[in-house]
Design a protein around this ligand. Structure first.
Ligand code: ADP
Length: 163
């Protein structure tokens, strides 16, 4: 059984992530989506909120499991029997970081390989941070995220509005 592991912050999940997930799910018998938990990183959505949103968005896939991850990616892969880390690539700006991480992971765990799926052109500019920024300034996030994510962003901003 081929098991893949797709790690990320997903703060929040976008159509760019979903594209990688949809294509990745066809490559593996089972695909874990691992929501990174990093207490030092400030996120718009809490760990549980990010997990719940991703779960809702991928609920129709029968070979995907959404989990939290607060450990080294390669260690988590070993624990789950995953042979491959899945990552998405946008512009060259992603490349440096991904190249470094891939080589680092390979150094500490040569048995686990990383595969990259190139984003579709229409998502190449799309990131969670640009969605957050757009929302913060009152823009419409509908073209970039699933409806439940858009609604969650609206609710979040309403509840955290500076008075
Ligand atoms: P991280 O904090 O690990 O970068 P992200 O949630 O930003 O977490 O991204 C997780 C993965 O999804 C990364 O491999 C990233 O390159 C990929 N990704 C993010 N946005 C897109 C997009 N628009 N198209 C393709 N891949 C994307």
């Amino acid at each position: 059984m081929k098991i893949g592991f797709y790690p990320g912050s997903f703060d929040p999940i976008t159509f760019g992530h979903l594209d990688i997930i949809t294509r990745g799910a066809k490559l593996f018998d089972k695909l874990y989506i691992a929501i990174s938990i990093n207490p030092n990183k400030k996120t718009m959505f809490t760990d549980d909120e990010r997990v719940d949103l991703v779960k809702e968005v991928v609920k129709d896939f029968d070979n995907i499991e959404v989990i939290k991850s607060d450990m080294l990616t390669v260690e988590h892969c070993k624990l789950l029997g995953a042979s491959h880390i899945l990552r998405g690539l946008r512009a060259v700006t992603d490349y440096d970081y991904e190249f470094q991480m891939t080589n680092f992971n390979h150094e500490i765990s040569p048995d686990i390989d990383t595969i990259f799926l190139m984003t579709q052109g229409k998502y190449s500019f799309l990131s969670s941070s640009s969605v957050r920024e757009l929302a913060l300034f009152g823009g419409d996030t509908a073209p970039f995220v699933p409806l439940i994510v858009k609604e969650a962003i609206t609710k979040k901003l309403k509840n955290t509005k500076i008075k």
